[in-house]
Design a protein around this ligand. Structure first.
Ligand code: SF4
Length: 554
């Protein structure tokens, strides 16, 4: 690591310290780090840790890793230490980081737009089996996460990923994270505009670019030209949503400032229409505003949503146009209401070229390396070389000829990857939870899977869309705030007065054109053991008492 602090590489120099000094904004001339995170980023760019991993840590082992790399910069390459096994959730907030750290890593493979070839999927499957004890989870940001990775194996894993065009670059850290994209971009019959060229250009210009590798916090981007609004655009830092301008034609409507976790906020429209060829200029402008004006004093106020909330959409657009683009953007319309409630592309759907895409549902995003390899084999055996991941922890095989669809569906079913899932399998998501996550208080994936089984058995007739999102802690990795039933992991008191794993219930959240955050139901906490009973009661009561036209998902 560099001994001498460097000036931040991309910091603007045109302003003097001013009234925003208290928020630590670079644009106000404030370059002195105000907390430990800002300090380690100033000391050395997170991207630089790669050289140390390859030349030192992978050879000398876990104990040789500098703590500021271990718990800081390694994220810039998609690596987090995972939770030491056997530590219960009650100790999460009590133990020091080094007591929670296991010597194995979670590695997040960045999959921009959820776009994978079958060759890439095979390589991830092989890496999972060889280096990650077979683990592989599909995240709600279209990435794939591996666990049990040893530092000694990281350079070889990178070599294999990069040989097929994949990477872990900036998959975590205070960086532009993987870009969400419509998983059916370029093929969907109802598409407004294909955002793929912008997504590919964004990767070339932004990922691994030192100009954007020291942001105040993570930065999330979504690009979709699908009328289904299939990338959760309301809760990203910046989103480009396909719209038809009455005079200018197909393009993108720009949203900024969405985000969950602390003080969740929905994104706001700038009211600007952007043609495909200008998307990355605007994206760079928004990331640059975040880098320069974003709040760096307090980490829990460092997301773009706080700046957008303080400025408002009008000022944000004006700064973007005047200081970063040097031109005005055209005004434009917002998106129309999507035609379907489910936006995950599960099932069999006709493509615009006459072939079909087939979406299927693993349980709560959990697959494994062997299954990924079999999915690649199945796809290739049915004429497809392309696979996609979705923001609902689902997968899609593209480009299947009509006469091969039934056989593919059968093959997927034999892997427990159904194209006709129950509403419960389809609508349930879960974060990593206590199995691997150091911030977790409770278990999530196993509980989610059991809940699906129980609800399928108890309520076989229930067929309305319902989303059940399960988090292992108060963070938002499984988007509990925007689920019909959001379950926030915490310790609760059971009937015998014992502290046990359970969930605070949030009800009535939604994404879509009528988005909102679920209501935290005061005092409504369920133990993990009571969870199936509680959800069954809730859904049964709704079915018995609902009015005509009322849906569970509002
Ligand atoms: Fe970990 Fe909490 Fe995120 Fe779940 S929500 S993965 S427990 S930080």
């Amino acid at each position: 690591m560099a001994d001498t602090p460097k000036p931040a590489s991309a910091a603007p120099t045109r302003r003097k310290a001013g009234r925003h000094r208290g928020e630590g904004q670079w644009a106000a001339g404030h370059f002195t780090p105000l907390n430990a995170n800002e300090q380690f980023k100033k000391d050395d760019d997170g991207l630089n840790v790669r050289t140390r991993i390859e030349t030192i840590y992978a050879h000398r082992g876990f104990d040789s890793i500098d703590p500021s790399d271990l718990r800081g910069r390694m994220r810039w390459w998609g690596l987090y230490t995972q939770r030491r096994p056997g530590i219960d959730g009650g100790k999460t907030a009590v133990l020091a980081p080094e007591e929670l750290d296991d010597e194995y890593f979670m590695m997040r493979v960045r999959i921009d737009g959820g776009r994978l070839t079958t060759e890439q999927l095979r390589v991830i499957g092989e890496i999972s089996q060889e280096f990650a004890r077979g683990t592989a989870d599909i995240t709600d940001r279209q990435n794939i996460q591996l666990h049990w990775v040893r530092i000694e194996d990281v350079p070889e894993i990178w070599r294999r990923l990069e040989a097929v065009g994949l990477s872990t670059t900036e998959a975590c850290g205070d960086t532009p994270r993987a870009f969400l994209g419509s998983p059916v971009a370029g093929i969907a019959a109802d598409e407004i505009i294909d955002g793929t060229p912008a997504l590919e250009e964004a990767k070339r210009r932004i990922v691994g670019n030192p100009a954007f590798s020291n942001l105040p916090r993570k930065f999330k981007t979504a690009i979709s030209g699908s009328p289904l609004l299939d990338v959760a655009h309301e809760i990203n830092d910046v989103s480009f949503v396909g719209v038809r301008h009455p005079e200018l034609g197909p393009g993108f409507d720009v949203w900024v400032g969405g985000g969950l976790s602390t003080n969740p906020k929905l994104g706001v429209r700038l009211g600007a229409w952007v043609p495909l060829e200008d998307v990355v200029d605007v994206l760079e402008g928004v990331v640059s505003i975040f880098r320069d004006y974003g709040y760096r004093r307090l980490r829990n106020r460092a997301r773009l949503k706080f700046l957008v909330a303080d400025w408002g959409a009008e000022k944000f657009r004006q700064v973007l146009e005047d200081e970063y683009l040097g031109r005005k953007l055209a005004d434009g319309p917002g998106p129309e209401a999507p035609a379907r409630l489910w936006r995950d592309h599960v099932g069999v759907h006709r493509q615009k070229d006459g072939r079909y895409y087939v979406g299927f549902a693993p349980r709560v995003g959990r697959v494994d390396g062997a299954t990924l390899t079999k999915i690649a084999e199945l796809a290739e055996g049915h004429g497809s070389g392309r696979v996609r991941t979705t923001v609902e922890q689902k997968m899609i095989i593209l480009d299947v000829a009509e006469d091969r669809v039934d056989s593919l569906v059968e093959g997927l079913e034999s892997l427990d990857l159904t194209t006709r899932p129950s509403v419960f399998r389809r609508g349930t998501m879960a974060c990593t939870g206590i199995e691997f996550c150091k911030l977790a208080i409770v278990e999530t994936k196993g509980r989610g899977s059991t809940l699906i089984d129980e609800l399928e058995r108890r309520l076989p007739e229930f067929d309305e869309p319902v989303t059940i999102n399960i988090n292992g802690c108060p963070n938002a990795c499984a988007r509990i705030q925007v689920a019909d039933i959001g379950l926030k992991g915490q310790l609760v008191t059971d009937a015998d007065g014992n502290q046990v794993e359970g969930y605070q219930v949030h009800l009535g959240g939604a994404l879509g054109l009528d988005p909102g955050f679920g209501r935290k139901v005061r005092g409504l906490k369920v133990t993990a053991a009571e969870l199936p009973d509680y959800v069954e009661r809730l859904l049964t009561r709704y079915r018995e008492e609902r009015q005509d036209g009322e849906r569970f998902a509002q």
